[in-house]
Design a binder for this molecule. Sequence first.
Ligand code: C2G
Length: 749
Amino acid sequence: MIDLHTGKVSIIIPYYNSNEFIKECLDSIFQQSYPNLEIIIINDGSYAEHTAYLESLLTDDRIIYVKNEKNRGVAFSRNKGLELATGEYVYFLDSDDALTHDAIEVLVHHIQEFPVISGRKKRLVRSSDYVPLPSAKSADTDDAEADNDDETISDDEFALGTMPESEDVKIKYKQTFSSRERSILNLLMKREFIEENQIRFYEGTRGYTDISGLVQIFSAIDALPQIKVRTYYKRIGIAPIMKPALIQRPIEERTIDFIQLYLDLNKQYRENEQAKNYLDKLLLGFYRRSAIFIFREPHNFDKFFQLIAGALDCFNWQLLASQPRHIRIEFGYLKQKDRNKFRKTMQFHIAAREMRNAIKRPATLKRYVYKKTFQFVSKRQTDPKLIMFESFLGKQYSDNPRAIYQYLKENYPDYKMYWSIDPRFRSAFPDKGVPLVKRFSLKWLFLMARARFWVTNSRMPLWLPKPENTIYLQTWHGTPLKRLAQDQKEVLMPGTTTDKYKKNFYKESRNWDYLVSPNQYSTEIFRRAFQFDKTIVESGYPRNDVFYRPDLAERAMTFKKKHRLPLNKKVILYAPTWRDNQFHQVGKYKMDLQLDLTKLQQELGSEYIIILRMHYLVAENFELGPYEGFAYDFSNHEDIQDLYIISDLLITDYSSVFFDYANLKRPMIFFTYDIDEYKGDIRGFYLDFEEKAPGSIVKTTEEVIEAVKFLSQGNIPNEKLNEFYQRFCSLEDGHASERVVKEVILKNE
Ligand code: C2G
């Protein structure tokens, strides 16, 4: 066996609101085979809950813990870590990443005379990619995700958990400035080297600060040794709560950051040709990736033309020789500061790219033509009286949009209002009286492009450019229990990735002008999860106005008669939510009916009937023939609100239906057969559900039956229901639609 160096290693971890992964991160350090560590954690002004959680984990006496008074950014925190470090070596780790268990040992062993050494990284795309406690070797078997730069080294075999012998480990010498390395992570550095070269990070920007550290390191070494052993797990796209990936910051902000850093470093490295070329190549890469997105927004043009053209004053023009023609031309106009010619070239570039993408497939071409026509029509005058409604992607005539529609129809009949429908769901809409228009038809295009208002409760297609004068009222569709959008730890839905989902959500919510919120609790969550900073109308839910009408009992009776439901039985409504990870195909989710209807009928059939109502994303047809007269499937019924009204008791799980049902102050049972999995990996909750749920929580049909019988005997938890009502329903008074209409529609006519 080899001799190990034993010098102390200072691991520096900046922490900002990332309680999702910090435990994995810290455990991976506590379990390091190399004991001589100093663990410096800089809490960069995290929110209380994130701070409290972090602090509960600080059990190891090798930890030095510091708090920034407010959020100062990762560069500031890393610099602070460097000031505090006393180890012979320094190593940066991000709080959502983790180390292989012998990472530090392997790096220290191989650093020898080098000032810096790196290992290989593995990307974690899903949480399940992380295997706690593997040796560096075991992680080496899956190279598909490895960084490209790491790829070129051939594999050798090491036994699990043993220290690789030094002669077995291949060391590759990576070029410094000509490498594609952009990250300071996974570099073990001698502290003497850091101090001699006064290496610190640039604190003037939020993004790209790694580059400032790297340029200094690269200037001081000839080559970067990298051992072929995997030492670092880098999480990609599983952005922790409150810290959506940097990439989600608007392109405008990122560009400003990048150019600022570029200019600053250029000043410092004026004399260092290699460093200057490295920076120029980064600028070229940034431009090629981002220019289209910056300049396709007309309002960005002047500002960013000036910014980028200004930055090019110190650019090395020889680097352009190998660039495509259009880049050379664009850079030429930027250099000459010829705004008009640049604008024309850029417009051509953007149009050519769109066209190129469009003609790839007939479907994309069709969409391209549609989109261009839409843009053309939307330039015509907006119709101030035209309102477009849509509920659940055109599948229903329901929810908040319906309540707003009905209020307007009764009180402001001069509006021209249409419902956008998915033709496959035509039967869920009334035969007459409600103007319908097929989603994506030509008529729909003309109406949507000229409408003053769009009112919907779910998302609109992202490729449809919202017209400049259209006001988009997003009503959303429930008080959240399950984590939403940017707050989701990991998105398990088919056909997307966490990163893609979050980016798309971010883009979508940029289009919203108003967002309706049912209560203060939701407002706080929506602001953060949707990253929404425009107007939130905290009005209560328009859809719940119906509960406050005086004719509730009459309505229930009419409905029961119309649908031939027995009038002498009480009604149980079973309305569960959907499961992100159980699906037949994209958009069509599975639902195993875990309720045993046979047992329910035997035990409760003489007194009750049950109505099954599946979530609109669930695509199941239940065979209810054997339960005729007892179980009824109302999954395709237009609006769940009718079903609340006729029911005496609700059985649900994690669906937002219970926040609405609480308005009726009728009893509820929570049939949560998969609660551990659901509140863990599938979604996660905002509330302590087991503590706050306003009814009993059960896991089997037998327990459901018992709970129903218990309620039948008059054991209703009124106090809990009232408390719940106060917190979530206190704004509801039958006038939410009115409030929304006044705040959004009437004010913006
Ligand atoms: N819904 C329904 N039938 C069900 C479940 C839900 O009609 N069996 C309707 C209700 O109006 C409910 C809405 O769909 O409020 C949203 O359903 P959830 O089960 O809460 O799930 P989801 O669509 O994921 O929305 O902020 C709320 C969340 O986004 C939840």
